[in-house]
Design a protein around this ligand. Structure first.
Ligand code: SF4
Length: 284
C-alpha cells in the first residue's frame, strides 16, 4: 500500500512512528526489506531511483497532511489583557477574559482544522486555577463532547492528578485545575497539529494562559512543549525540569495518551514524578 498520507497507514505503524515523534525524533531508519513491505515494492523501486543512497535508507516520519491556506486574522489580546500580562499580575476577572477569548474564537475557520471538527474544545476548569495543563489538541471524544481530556487519556490524566494529590496530601482534584490544548479543533486521524496550525490557534492558548496567569503550567507531550518552550531537545530530555513561559514556571512531562501505549509503561513513573513536583511547587 502507498503512504501518500498519514491517515493511510496501518494503526501499528502509525503508533510506532508517533512513538518516535513523541521522543522528538524526526527520522527513523527502515531496512529495505521492511520499507518494501510497508511502501509496496513497486513504489519503493520507483522512488529509490530518485533518492540518494543515504536518503533511501532513511524514511522520514511522515508529515501530517497540508493545512489549508490560513486566513491571517491574528486576534490581539485586548488592552485589558495586555495590561494584565505586562504587569505580571493574575487577572482579577479571568472568567470574563476567558469568555471574551472564547467569543473571539467564535465559529473559527482560521485554519484547516475547522473542516473536520464537530466541536471547538476551548478548555475547562477553574478560571483562576493555580495550575494549568496544556495538551496538543482534542481527540475524538473531546471533539464529540467539546471538552478537553475526556477520553481514555483524559481518564488517565484525572487519575494522575487525583491520586497523586491524594497520596501527597494535597487537597485538590482535577476540578481545581484548568485544562486546555494548543489547538482547539481535532486534527484528523489524531495526527499531531502542524506548526502552522499551532501558530494560528496558539494565540488563543497564550491569551488563556495570560488571563489565568497560573502559578505553574504542566505541558503534556513533546508537541505542546515544542510550541510553548521551543526546546532544542525532545520531551524525554526536557521533562522533569522547570522551564519558563512569560515568567510562569512550566513543567513538561509525557502526554497521557503516550503513557497508555504498551511500550511506554516504564515512563509512567517519570510522569508521576513530574506531576508530583508540579503539585508540590504550586500547592505547598
Ligand atoms: Fe480556529 Fe483553532 Fe480550530 Fe484552527 S484549530 S479552526 S485556529 S479554533
Amino acid at each position: 500500500m502507498g503512504l501518500s498520507s498519514y491517515e493511510d497507514m496501518p494503526d501499528h505503524l502509525h503508533d510506532y512512528l508517533r512513538f518516535f515523534r513523541d521522543l522528538g525524533i524526526e527520522e527513523v531508519y527502515l531496512p529495505k526489506a521492511v520499507r518494501d513491505r510497508i511502501v509496496g515494492k513497486s513504489q519503493s523501486a520507483g522512488s529509490a531511483s530518485s533518492m540518494s543512497t543515504t536518503s533511501s535508507r532513511l524514511a522520514r516520519v511522515p508529515k501530517p497532511t497540508a493545512v489549508l491556506p490560513t486566513p491571517p486574522l491574528p486576534d490581539k489580546p485586548t488592552v485589558a489583557e495586555s495590561q494584565r500580562s505586562h504587569s505580571g499580575e493574575r487577572s482579577a476577572i479571568p472568567l470574563e477574559v476567558l469568555q471574551e477569548i472564547q467569543g473571539d474564537i467564535g465559529e473559527c475557520t482560521r485554519c484547516g482544522l475547522h473542516e473536520g471538527r464537530n466541536k471547538i474544545v476551548f478548555g475547562s476548569g477553574q478560571p483562576d486555577a493555580k495550575l494549568v495543563f496544556v495538551g496538543e489538541g482534542p481527540g475524538a471524544d473531546e471533539d464529540a463532547q467539546g471538552l478537553p481530556f475526556v477520553g481514555r487519556a483524559g481518564k488517565l490524566l484525572t487519575e494522575m492528578i487525583n491520586n497523586t494529590a491524594q497520596r501527597e496530601g494535597i487537597p485538590i482534584s482535577r476540578g481545581d485545575v484548568y485544562i486546555c490544548n494548543v489547538v482547539k479543533c481535532r486534527p484528523p486521524g489524531n495526527r499531531n497539529p502542524e506548526p502552522g496550525e499551532m501558530k494560528t490557534c496558539g494565540q488563543f492558548l497564550e491569551r488563556q494562559l495570560l488571563a489565568i496567569r497560573p502559578k505553574a503550567i504542566c505541558v503534556l507531550g513533546g508537541t505542546a512543549a515544542k510550541y510553548l518552550l521551543r526546546p532544542t531537545q525532545g520531551i524525554t530530555r526536557i521533562r522533569g525540569q522547570w522551564h519558563e513561559w512569560h515568567g510562569i514556571p512550566v513543567m513538561p512531562t509525557y502526554h497521557p495518551s503516550f503513557l497508555l501505549r504498551p511500550y511506554a509503561q516504564d515512563k509512567k513513573r517519570e510522569a508521576w514524578l513530574d506531576l508530583r513536583a508540579a503539585l508540590h511547587y504550586v500547592y505547598d
